[in-house]
Ligand binder design. Structure first.
Ligand code: NGQ
Ligand code: ZN
Length: 430
């Protein structure tokens, strides 16, 4: 029997004997789970509710209004129910770790909860309940635009000053010493240069992952150029020591020079192709970025789709449609496109989560080798088949920390979590 069914960064291998999780090597292909490096959990509950025309021309910004309206009603217990449903779905699709970009901090009127981190606690509880790994990224969100305008009424729930933000980080660290905690700046438009520097110099950012939405929409790229004299990626590279701790989410709009400069920093580009397509953002220059040696990982962001298969597939399809060619991200060392995408997203994902992929808590997923789609496949063809043809769930088992989280394709608490989610949604939509 061919037992080279165990994926490692250097290829498929027979198991080494120190497998942390009790997976079925006789029948399945075994892989480390993927990191979902960019998530706004609560947006999952409005997936599909912004796909109709409004009175004005629809855009990213009208979607954002709809998202804000939905967000306005969310309380901690709602966030818990929604995040648990989402995290169970993530596990069923092959993600074993999520980086939560968390900025819904306060009550509806803008006052702090007691404790101040009640919303963050809801995310931690959902991760613990479902068993997914969590890198929590509390977000600094201070102003409504590059001109420094104040936040409007619906944005008051996001607001922090540098001081209160640093307190939040400190309190979360004390409350959850085991939690992988990073931090985020919402975007250059929401955080002044001065505030960013103050946080970076606070000492709290020393070995924490640092995430930021950077250059998603052309309007913000243009506004940044006007307000700060440079486009967002160039501005950030000029004003912060961007290195391997950083993850630049939606580095969609970059010129050649920015692309090469970002690649050289060792930071991760956080790519969310299903959301970027859904919101009409534009196409990340993936081939140029890969040629420059850039690192990337994937995220499902707004969760219009929760599937690493779809994210990875569309990274390649975007390039095929743009360049009218095939197998474009593949290269001389990795000729299989699926394998190349998977390996890149593995390395970049764990880096952006602030973790080591070799860590025992990375989690293990197994693909059903007996499924018709994976029948008579060589090891190298398995990832290509999963990523390009896997429209039915092929993830059979998921383990993390020796705990079985997904069995026969279903999260082990699927029913209870879904029932609570449905009750929550019914209440939120009345
Ligand atoms: C977010 N989402 O924070 O959820 C944003 C929209 C904004 C994406 N950028 C809000 N995909 O950028 O202001
Ligand atoms: Zn985002």
């Amino acid at each position: 029997m061919d037992l080279a069914r165990f994926w490692t960064p250097s290829g498929w291998q027979p198991p080494t004997g120190n497998l942390v999780d009790p997976v079925r090597l006789d029948t399945d292909w075994i892989l480390p789970g993927l990191v979902n490096l960019h998530s706004h959990a609560l947006q999952r509950a409005m997936a599909g509710l912004a796909e109709h025309r409004g009175s004005e021309a629809d855009s990213f910004w009208t979607w954002r209004e709809a998202m804000y309206r939905f967000t306005a009603r969310i309380e901690p217990q709602d966030l818990h129910a929604i995040a648990a449903q989402l995290y169970a779905e993530m596990l069923e699709s092959g993600y074993t770790h999520v980086c939560e970009f968390h900025y819904l901090h306060h009550r509806r009127d803008g006052r702090a909860y007691t404790p101040t981190f009640a919303m963050a606690d809801a995310l931690v509880a959902a991760a613990q309940e479902t068993g997914i790994g969590l890198t929590l990224l509390p977000v600094l969100y201070m102003q409504g635009g590059f001109d420094g305008r104040p936040l409007d009424a619906v944005q008051r729930r996001f607001a922090h000053h540098v001081e209160t933000f640093l307190c939040l980080l400190g309190d979360l660290h004390t409350q959850h010493p085991q939690l992988r905690l990073g931090l985020a700046f919402h975007s250059l438009r929401a955080v002044s240069g001065q505030a960013m520097t103050a946080v970076l110099e606070s000492g709290l950012a020393q070995d924490a992952p640092i995430h930021i939405h950077i250059a998603e929409q052309t309007a913000e790229v243009e506004n940044c150029r006007i307000a700060r004299g440079a486009t967002p990626v160039a501005w950030l590279l000029d004003h912060a020591s961007v290195d391997a701790r950083w993850c630049l989410v939606h580095a969609t709009h970059m010129d050649k020079d920015e692309t090469c400069r970002l690649a050289a920093t060792g930071a991760v580009a956080g790519l969310c192709p299903s959301t970027e397509a859904n919101l009409g953002d534009g196409l990340f220059p993936l081939l140029e970025y890969f040629q420059a040696g850039g690192r990337m990982g994937i995220g499902s962001d707004s969760h219009i789709s929760v599937s690493p298969v779809e994210e990875l597939r569309w990274l390649e399809y975007g390039q095929r449609l743009r360049n009218r060619g095939r197998n474009l991200v593949a290269d001389a060392t990795t000729s299989h496109t699926g394998a190349r995408l998977f390996a890149a997203a593995q390395a970049g994902g764990w880096q952006a989560a602030g973790l080591d992929s070799a860590s025992s808590s990375a989690g293990t997923i197994s693909l059903d080798a007996s499924h018709p789609l994976l029948t008579v496949r060589q090891a190298d063809e398995v990832l290509d088949s999963w990523i390009f043809a896997g429209n039915v769930p092929l993830v059979r088992e998921v383990y993390r920390n020796n705990r079985c989280l997904v069995h026969e394709g279903r999260h082990v608490q699927h029913e209870a979590i879904a029932a609570r989610y449905k009750t929550t949604l019914a209440r939120l939509r009345t």
